[in-house]
Design a protein around this ligand. Structure first.
Ligand code: PLP
Length: 385
């Protein structure tokens, strides 16, 4: 059987990873400032993480959600403690899309409405309403019947108010910091506005922290730049498992659980929880929020001084480097000639930098030296976007 080819891929076989480094099948070493789509939070094969997963798989990899799982309870407790959301509850899933799908459904169940406000260039995952083809009317929420999305410009306060005044908006979904778009911050004021308006009109505010959460910006969640913000639902994945598939929805105390409302076979399995718990322990023990903030500051300050740079956006270790030309070739050159992994973005002129939260100062300097060298040459043929 062949693979179903849906991904444009680099001709590279990565065989090993350690910290901020990965190695190919020819033993060549690459500095990983991308973490495979922003997934690697505590570094590849962190010893505490590896030991926790090995220990767990030796005793039990999986049992379903029909039994008590102490690891889920421990994970929820630790997540509440480190994120500052101790009074919230946790629903565990396997990916970012699944977390958002469940958050949207939960909102729709909660207020019995079906419209969603989202923002242009935002990304929330690839699942659609699979439940529409599921023969069980009880689990089909209004939101699944002909999805009603209102897409607005990021920051469009008037648009938000106008849409909400219609009275059928179930939820507003917004990234804590737009990632794939090219690293765009919503700003504390806009987030605060969304919360006030959502609450005024009986809509649910969903903060998608799938990419921007888990310490990536130097706060546990990117939205925590807005001091009084307490979103109704917060979704997480990516860095939560450092490569092990796990996601979750953090749910405010205003939501009432009832049996059968949500569900999953694999979500919250023993192995995933052991991985998730190990990630949080490392974040806490190694003080990675502070570290991400410090390293991020160093990185962004130096990037701003480099040749031709138009703008450096983002915070902590979630940075966008905008150039005055399309960066596709530059990204390839960085990877193949300089052995540096960085990410692309919907904004074709922007590179995304997403190193592990425990990246060292030496590694930051190495990345800066590589970029300095590559950018110094400039771009002979500037392609407008
Ligand atoms: C902000 C955001 N939300 C959701 C997702 C979807 O996550 P997953 O690919 O795990 O389904 C992504 C993935 O890139 C993302 O960046």
């Amino acid at each position: 059987m062949k693979l179903f080819e849906v991904y444009p891929i680099y001709d590279l076989h990565i065989k090993k990873g350690q910290g901020a480094w990965v190695y190919d099948d020819r033993g060549r070493k690459y500095l990983d400032f991308y973490g495979g789509h922003a997934v690697i939070s505590i570094g590849h094969t962190h010893p505490h993480y590896v030991a926790a997963i090995k220990k767990q798989i030796d005793s039990l990899a999986f049992y379903s959600n029909s039994i008590k799982n102490q690891l889920q309870i421990d994970l929820a407790e630790k997540l509440g403690q480190l994120s500052g959301y101790e009074d919230y509850s946790l629903f565990l899933v396997n990916s970012g899309a699944e977390a958002n799908e469940n958050a949207l459904k939960l909102a729709s169940f909660h207020n019995d409405r079906s419209q969603v406000i989202s923002f242009r260039h935002g990304f929330h995952g690839r699942t659609s309403a699979a439940v529409n083809v599921t023969d069980n009317a009880k689990i089909i929420a209004p939101i699944n019947r002909g999805f009603k999305n209102i897409a607005l410009d990021f920051g469009d306060k008037e648009g938000v108010s106008a849409a909400l005044s219609g009275g059928n908006v179930s939820s507003i979904i917004v990234e804590g910091l737009q990632g794939i778009a090219g690293i765009y911050e919503p700003g504390a004021d806009f987030l605060q506005f969304l919360q006030e308006q959502a609450s005024l009109h009986g809509a649910v505010l969903i903060l998608d922290e799938v990419q921007s959460g888990y310490g990536r910006t130097g706060n546990f969640f990117a939205h925590q730049i807005a001091k009084d913000l307490r979103p109704d639902l917060i979704t997480v994945a990516k860095g939560m498992g450092n490569g092990f598939p796990i996601g979750g929805v953090l749910i405010s105390p205003n939501f009432e659980a009832r049996y059968g409302l949500l569900g999953t076979t694999f979500g919250g399995n023993h192995l995933a929880c052991a991985a998730g718990l190990a990630v949080l322990e490392v974040i806490e023990q190694e003080n990675l929020l502070d570290h991400a903030r410090t390293m991020g500051r160093k990185l962004s300050t130096a990037l701003k001084q480099m040749k031709d740079v138009v703008e450096v956006r983002g915070s902590g270790l979630m940075l966008g480097l905008e150039m005055p030309y399309v960066v596709k070739d530059l990204r390839k050159e960085l990877l193949f000639d300089h052995k540096l992994f960085v990410g692309s973005a919907a904004n074709a002129n922007t590179l995304r930098l997403l190193p592990p939260l425990n990246v060292t100062e030496d590694e930051v300097n190495t990345c800066l030296e590589i970029l300095q060298h590559a950018l110094k040459k400039g771009k002979s043929k500037i392609t407008a976007t």
